[in-house]
Design a protein around this ligand. Structure first.
Ligand code: BGC
Ligand code: BGC
Length: 608
């Protein structure tokens, strides 16, 4: 620090003795229009360099799914984030930027982080205290790498299992979503956001993202070979239109937001979807009248990824409409320059009132001050060992056990005796960290294999059984030798391969031919056959039910496969209950009265 800085009186906004309101007022009065618009801009980390961050006074940088540093490790993350945080401090007013990421089941982009079950599993566990503790642990792992803003929880209330984001949401039941969403927000943000290990939460996607109608999506995702997307991909229901009257829309889709606001969520992300044909990003009534005025939300609204440009082909008009509707910060991953110049022009022409800009910036600064970012730069390499710590992994294991649901158990075959002579295990899902974690793990769409540290369920089974027990594994269930030997117990792991967002929109949720063949093959081999599903949603399995002596759905349990072994061997009793009605056949999707009356398994079902 130079002598002049030391002797100059500290500006009011830097003095924590003043109230947040006074500090925001002081800061706003010092800012140019460019600096204000800079705060309203959120850029993807690869699209900008530190010098530009400082020059434009950019408000936020994000890592999208798979937005990882070259060295994907906790230290690599801290290095990437701190370079940008330091740059923002070099800007004229030194306003800190807030770094955001999708830590939707743990700090899931980071190799070596603890991966918790996806929310569908936590909906089955029905344990608000567990969710709160997961929020805390996730916040600690984020904080350790300098990330102080999480784009979670997703508090969608889905009704159609063909949607690729079912697993991101806790349940079909608004009250349960409300309860668990609020617990997560409280865990993430802690008692006091200014204290270490607290991270800003984002309730998303506001609102009605789970209520869209099949066939109404207008998204065609472009080919992106660098992230493995080789061709243009149409979405079918993700980002579509929710067609509901206002009373139903409020009761089903808005109640969780009332509780999220009460729980103190500091950010809310707008949904790509529409409500009765109108894009949420430009929805003044829902964003401003309802959320900010009626619900009293005092944090800020962030757009979704490029979401403002989906309301209109005319980017100037889109910017004007979304900002006026109530979007405070725009996630403009790549073309932030266009956003900045168009918003500036809009203010100069009077298409966006300066009062709206001041309100948006005031909200963003309020959250930054509430989060203590001006005082605590959040660059501290002393906490890196929290990422993937034993304590957090134990919590993920507990969560995996509590989320597993026992759906069938003939002759009480489960829990298994640890002292079996031999167990045959089949199905790649039993021995694949990537599969058991699902989408939003290291890569946006997830991947297969040893993508991060963890324990597969097969490894967990091997360490659970006695030394005398032989555990044979063959992903294809062929077990070449000893064709005539009939094993006592067989375990088949089946399910879905990873996906995210509209890439998971699937018209048909029946098991594939290869999976059915595997099941039949194993049925012939084993006296008792236990099926474990690793899936992000209910699958259509009615015809295969007679082949199974026992059926467990473990959802997407995350990195700690021991949790699943714990319930299979009875170290932990089964306690999970279905967070969604399990349909009998495809024409019970979307959920309807018939599917509620005559499902394969009802909502809340689970044997113990
Ligand atoms: C998703 C959001 C996510 C954002 C940033 C969007 O495509 O809809 O849930 O937070 O990207 O990765
Ligand atoms: C996702 C991001 C992802 C990106 C890839 C977005 O829609 O939300 O997280 O990294 O697409 O382009």
């Amino acid at each position: 620090m130079s002598d002049t800085t030391r002797s100059a009186p500290q500006p009011l906004y830097r003095d924590p003795a003043y109230s947040v309101t006074a500090r925001v007022k002081d800061l706003l009065a010092r800012m140019t229009l460019e600096e204000k618009i800079g705060q309203m801009t959120q850029v993807e980390k690869n699209s900008i360099d530190p010098e530009t961050v400082a020059r434009l006074g950019v408000g936020s940088i994000l890592s999208g799914g798979g937005g990882n540093p070259d060295e994907n490790s906790p230290a690599g993350w801290l290095g990437m984030v701190s370079e940008l945080l330091n740059a923002a401090r070099q800007s004229r007013l030194g306003i800190p930027l807030i770094y955001g990421a999708d830590a939707v089941h743990g700090h899931n982009n980071v190799v070596g982080a603890t991966i918790f079950p996806h929310n569908i599993g936590l909906g089955a566990a029905r344990d608000a205290d567990l969710v709160r503790r997961i929020g805390q642990a996730t916040a600690a792992e984020l904080y350790a790498t300098g990330v102080r803003w999480n784009f979670a929880p997703c508090i969608a209330v889905p009704h159609d299992y063909r949607w690729g984001r079912i697993f991101e949401s806790y349940s079909q039941d608004s009250a349960l979503v409300s309860r668990l969403g609020a617990a997560y927000i409280e865990g993430l943000q802690g008692e006091d956001l200014t204290l270490p290990f607290a991270v800003v939460a984002t309730a998303k996607h506001y609102a009605g993202d789970g209520g869209t109608t099949w066939g109404t999506s207008d998204m065609i995702f472009p080919a992106m070979p660098d992230i493995g997307i080789m061709e243009r991909t149409p979405f079918f229901i993700d980002q579509g239109d929710t067609r509901l009257d206002e009373a139903t829309f409020r009761a089903v889709h808005l109640t969780p937001y009332i509780d999220a606001v009460k729980a103190g969520a500091q950010a809310i992300m707008a949904s790509f979807s529409r409500w009765n044909g109108e894009k949420l990003h430009a929805h003044h009534y829902l964003l401003t009248t309802v959320l900010k005025e009626e619900f009293g939300f005092s944090g800020f609204v962030v757009s979704d990824w490029g979401g403002i440009y989906e309301v209109s082909g005319d980017s100037y008009q889109a910017t004007v409409d979304c900002v006026n509707a109530g979007i405070d910060m725009s996630m403009v991953p790549y073309d932030y320059r266009g956003f900045i110049s168009e918003l500036r022009r809009a203010v100069e022409r009077g298409d966006v009132p300066l009062a709206r800009i001041d309100d948006a910036v005031g909200r963003i600064l309020t959250v930054k001050l509430r989060a203590g970012l001006f005082e605590d730069p959040g660059i501290d390499d002393r906490h890196l060992q929290l990422v993937g710590s034993q304590e957090h992994r134990a919590l993920a294991r507990e969560a995996a056990a509590k989320s597993s649901v026992l759906l069938k158990n003939e002759d009480q075959i489960l829990p298994l005796d640890k002292n079996q002579p031999r167990i045959l295990v089949a199905g790649q899902w039993g021995h694949d960290i990537g599969y058991q974690c699902g989408g939003w793990t290291v890569e946006w769409l997830g991947a297969s294999g040893d993508i991060t540290q963890g324990t597969t369920v097969l490894e967990a089974i091997r360490s659970a059984v006695t030394a005398e027990t032989i555990v044979d594994f063959d992903p294809d269930g062929i077990f070449a030798e000893e064709e005539d030997i009939l094993a006592g117990v067989g375990l088949v792991f089946l399910g879905e391969t990873p996906y995210a967002e509209g890439f998971g929109d699937r018209a048909d949720l029946r098991l594939g031919q290869a999976e059915i063949a595997l099941l039949e093959r194993m049925r012939r081999r084993c006296q008792k056959l236990i099926v474990v599903l690793i899936t992000g949603r209910p699958l259509i399995i009615s015809e295969q039910m007679p082949l199974m002596d026992a059926l467990v759905v473990a959802w997407l349990p995350g990195s700690e496969g021991q949790g699943v072994a714990d319930v299979l061997f009875g170290d932990v009793p089964f306690s999970g209950k279905l967070p969604y009605t399990w349909p009998r056949h495809m024409n019970q999707i979307p959920r309807s009265e018939d599917s509620q009356r005559n499902p394969l398994f009802p909502f809340d079902f689970g044997l113990s």
